[in-house]
Design a protein around this ligand. Sequence first.
Ligand SMILES: [Zn+2]
Length: 78
Amino acid sequence: MLLARCESMLIQRKENTMRLFECGSLVPGCAWHTRAENDAEIVRRVIEHMRDTHGETVIRENMVDNIKARIVDETQAA
Ligand SMILES: [Zn+2]
């Protein structure tokens, strides 16, 4: 009975895990963050934010790598 409960919790956690990006990990002092179900969506939103808020008109390839390296599972970040 206890085992069955653990299993259902694990499955639920897996399904609900969101990916989280906090801009402050890339741009110190910025409180902006975003969460999405997949990394591609996060990267898309972060690039938009970089353009709008930080004036990064040219997004270089290493910027995308930097973003991806800082995306975490929301459960770990909390
Ligand atoms: Zn920012």
